[in-house]
Design a binder for this molecule. Sequence first.
Ligand SMILES: NC(=O)c1ccc[n+]([C@@H]2O[C@H](COP(=O)([O-])OP(=O)(O)OC[C@H]3O[C@@H](n4cnc5c(N)ncnc54)[C@H](O)[C@@H]3O)[C@@H](O)[C@H]2O)c1
Length: 294
Amino acid sequence: MYDLRGKTAFVTGGDSGIGFGIAQALGEAGATVVICGLVEETLREAEERLARTGEARAVTLDVRDRGAFADVADLLDRDFGGVDVLVNNAGVGFLSSAAEATFEQWDWVLDINLTGVYNGVRTFLPRMLASGRPGHIVSTASIGGLLGAPGAVYSAAKAGVIGLMESLAVELRDTDVKVSVVVPGITRTNIHHGPPPPGSAPARTPGGATEDALHAAAMDPREVGDRVLRAILDNRFYVVTHPEHRELLSRRFEAILCSVPDEEPDPRRATVERSILANPVYDDVVALAHRARS
Ligand SMILES: NC(=O)c1ccc[n+]([C@@H]2O[C@H](COP(=O)([O-])OP(=O)(O)OC[C@H]3O[C@@H](n4cnc5c(N)ncnc54)[C@H](O)[C@@H]3O)[C@@H](O)[C@H]2O)c1
């Protein structure tokens, strides 16, 4: 089991919502927590709250800014000896349909929610590998990235995060840097009050639901944080936060499987496809789940 005591964790968007829940959980498990976000005031408040239970630092960083990312990585190398746990969590909500969104809004959502994640991976991963220490990279996607939920632009970005992390897990399988992807359902956060998109702002809640109604049924961000903590400690890849998603996910996988041509596979094609596409991370996840149950 991974031990977070004496380790340094960097959490983007760690001053609010799910990021703060993750930062709290990691801090209480013994990690020094460095958080980043956009708003100086909320960063300071979050830093102060985190410092009550452990060592914490807050820095301002826009995840779209690659130069600033490198500067933060240098600062973490200098002041903390590098990063052991990277959490790419910063993100914005955006509910417009594909037809309503503008190209500018597509770029804005993808730049923050997908490229921002890659910026974190690309900045820190070489340093984490070079350190030779065991590490972990977590990225926050969304159940929308698996279910084609309302808001095609947002779902596309989150599906991209899942794809990135599924392939990254294979690329890093034989290294000491482990990988997880978080797929939260509705969580009680400030996502409805995040930075506004360029141009006219779409509805902030799906299906005309009020924020109060959503929040009443939503998961507490600290619960998401605790689930992420467990995944890091136990090296689990998928962090599906909501048990309520089992039925919805099984419909998706059933829909995909019943779309596979009902024909005999061609043996030569099957060999080539399997040799390129078989993802051992799926086998790892299933084997770990079976071991945990037995
Ligand atoms: N709240 C939900 O229901 C829900 C569900 C699924 C996934 N998510 C995802 O969870 C993650 C966290 O969101 P949240 O719900 O906690 O919302 P939140 O608004 O409470 O927190 C978002 C954080 O991201 C930061 N952020 C936004 N744009 C940034 C940028 N360009 N650079 C740096 N930081 C930036 C904000 O400052 C804030 O700290 C997001 O990736 C979001 O898409 C949220």
